[in-house]
Write a protein that binds this ligand. Structure first.
Ligand SMILES: [Zn+2]
Length: 476
C-alpha cells in the first residue's frame, strides 16, 4: 500500500505551503518622517468657521435652494484668498468653481477637488447647524465633515504655499462642485471644460475614504483608506398591473402578489455573483498582513486556497463586507392601492442597486428580467450611474501615500473600493489616477454624523488637513 504515504505527503506539503505563506505574509510599508508646516492655524480655523455659516444647502427642489448663499460663498473664495486669486485663472461652471494655477509644465496636471454644497438639516441638532461655532477642540456645523473642511484646507494650503513663494512644477487645478449632493451638473461641466482643452490629469484627489480604526479584524493600527474605484448606482422600478376592483372577491393573483413573487425570486436567488475585484484585492494585500490574528493572516495569505471561505464569511456577515464583493440590491419603495378595501390596478416597487466594478447596469437589468421571469412585470431603470474604472496603484498613488505618511506617520495606507459616490467619478473618463481620500481621522460616530445631525470636526483634523495638502502639493 503506497497511496496513504503519497496522500499524507501531499497534505503535509499543503500545510507547509500554507504556514510558510502565512509567516512570510508581509505588506511593504513606506515610513516617512513627520513633516509639519508653520502656517497660520487660527486663520485656517476661522476660514472653516466662516464657510460653515453660508447656507449652501442643495435640494432636488430648486425652489428650496438659496442661490444667493451659493453666490456669496463663491465671492468669499474670491476675497478670502487674495494670493490664489492673483495667481490663478478663475472660472465658473454651473455652480462649480475652478482655479487654474499655471505650473512650469502642463504635461502632468493635477486636480484637487471638493464641493461646497451640503445636505439639508435633519432633526435632532443640539447646535445651530450654521453657527460655525468654535471651542477649544471642535468646529460645529453642517458641512464640517462633508466637505467644506477639505475645501477649506486645500485653499489654506495653496494660499500659504504661494505666499511662501512656491512655484508649481505642473499645472494645478482646484475644482469645487456646488451640487454634489444632488449629483448635479457642475462636476461634469468642469470635467468637460478640461477635456475640451485636451487636459488629461495625472493626479486627481477628491473626498472619499479617511483615516479610521478597526478597518480589518486584528489590525490595531489606524488605516488611511483611499478609494481607487466607486461602485455604480441604479434605481429600478418594478411595476405590475392587474384588474382593480373591490377587495371582497379578489382573484388568485393581483398586482401585489405578482410583485411579491418577484421579490422572493430576486431575494432568494444568488442573483449577483461575488467577485474579487482589483480594489478589494489590493486591500486584502495591504491590511491583513498587519493583523494580530494568525487565523486571519492564514486565510488572507492563502486566498489561492481559502477564497471560498472568505466569500462564505462575507455572505454570512452581509453588510459592508459583502458589499465589497458584489452588486447589492435593496428594496426601498412600495406603492399599491390607496385604500385597504380596494384592489390596486397597479402596484410598484423601487429597488436600489449598487453595481460592483466591471458589472454594467445593462447586465444587471438582464439578470433581473431573467430571474423574475414574468412578462407582466415592467422593469424600468430610473437613474443610472455606472461603476467607475479602477485607478492605478503606481507612483501617482505613491505621492498620496507619502503625503499621508508625512502627516500621520503611524497609519497604514491602503486602496479600497468606495460604496458611496463622489463628484470624482466623472474624472475616470479622462484620468487613470483618480483617488478618493479626505484627510481626516474619524471615528465610526463621526461617520454617522455625515448627512445626519450634530456634524462637527476636531480642530486637529483641520490643522492636519492643511499639513497634509502642503505635503502633497510639495510633490506636484
Ligand atoms: Zn460630500
Amino acid at each position: 500500500m503506497w497511496w496513504p504515504y503519497v496522500l499524507a505527503g501531499f497534505v503535509g506539503l499543503m500545510i507547509l505551503i500554507i504556514i510558510i505563506r502565512t509567516l512570510t505574509f508581509k505588506a511593504k510599508d513606506f515610513p516617512e518622517m513627520r513633516k509639519k508646516h508653520e502656517f497660520d492655524k487660527v486663520r485656517a480655523i476661522e476660514s472653516l468657521s466662516q464657510m460653515i455659516q453660508f447656507k449652501t444647502v442643495s435640494n432636488i427642489d430648486e425652489s428650496k435652494v438659496d442661490k444667493k448663499a451659493f453666490k456669496a460663498f463663491r465671492q468669499y473664495l474670491r476675497e478670502r484668498y487674495p494670493k490664489i486669486n492673483e495667481v490663478a485663472t478663475y472660472s465658473e461652471h454651473e455652480a462649480g468653481v475652478l482655479f487654474h494655477i499655471k505650473g512650469m509644465s502642463d504635461e502632468q496636471p493635477s486636480v484637487l477637488m471638493s464641493h461646497y454644497d451640503v445636505v439639508p438639516v435633519t432633526e435632532g441638532w443640539q447646535e445651530d447647524p450654521f453657527s460655525g461655532r468654535v471651542d477649544e477642540q471642535t468646529i460645529y456645523g453642517r458641512g464640517t465633515l462633508d466637505t467644506k473642511n477639505s475645501l477649506c484646507v486645500i485653499m489654506e494650503a495653496v494660499e500659504y504655499a504661494l505666499n511662501q513663494g512656491k512655484t508649481f512644477k505642473n499645472d494645478l487645478y482646484l475644482a469645487f462642485g456646488g451640487d454634489e449632493e444632488i449629483s448635479g451638473p457642475s462636476a461634469p461641466a468642469i470635467r468637460d471644460h478640461l477635456h475640451k482643452q485636451g487636459i488629461k490629469p495625472a493626479f486627481v484627489l477628491d473626498e472619499g475614504g479617511a483615516i479610521i480604526s478597526k478597518m480589518f479584524p486584528g489590525v490595531k493600527q489606524k488605516a488611511a483608506v483611499i478609494g481607487i474605484s466607486e461602485k455604480g448606482y441604479m434605481d429600478v422600478s418594478l411595476t405590475a398591473r392587474s384588474r382593480g376592483g373591490h377587495a371582497s372577491s379578489p382573484p388568485k393573483e393581483t398586482a401585489i402578489t405578482e410583485l411579491a413573487k418577484a421579490v422572493r425570486r430576486l431575494n432568494n436567488h444568488r442573483a449577483f455573483k461575488m467577485k474579487l475585484t482589483a480594489p478589494v484585492k489590493a486591500l486584502f494585500k495591504t491590511l491583513p498582513p498587519h493583523s494580530k490574528s494568525f487565523g486571519v493572516k492564514m486565510l488572507f495569505a492563502n486566498l489561492w486556497l481559502f477564497m471560498p471561505v472568505v466569500k462564505m464569511m462575507a455572505k454570512k456577515s452581509g453588510g459592508e463586507f459583502a458589499s465589497m464583493f458584489k452588486t447589492t440590491q435593496a428594496f426601498t419603495v412600495a406603492s399599491g392601492s390607496d385604500a385597504y378595501n380596494v384592489l390596486p390596478s397597479e402596484a410598484s416597487l423601487g429597488v436600489n442597486y449598487r453595481l460592483r466594478p466591471f458589472e454594467s447596469s445593462d447586465t444587471v437589468l438582464k439578470r433581473i428580467r431573467k430571474i423574475i421571469k414574468n412578462p407582466n412585470i415592467e422593469v424600468k431603470p430610473l437613474k443610472i450611474s455606472e461603476a467607475t474604472s479602477v485607478s492605478l496603484i503606481d507612483e501617482q498613488f505613491g505621492i498620496l501615500a507619502k503625503a499621508i505618511k508625512q502627516t500621520w506617520p503611524d497609519v497604514l495606507t491602503t486602496p479600497y473600493l468606495m460604496v458611496a459616490t463622489t463628484d470624482s467619478r466623472h474624472y475616470h473618463a479622462i484620468s487613470d489616477h483618480v483617488y478618493k481620500f479626505s484627510p481626516m481621522d474619524v471615528s465610526r460616530d463621526d461617520l454617522r454624523k455625515i448627512h445626519g445631525f450634530d456634524e462637527d470636526i476636531t480642530i486637529d483634523n483641520v490643522i492636519n488637513g492643511v499639513n497634509f495638502y502642503l505635503n502633497l502639493i510639495e510633490q506636484l
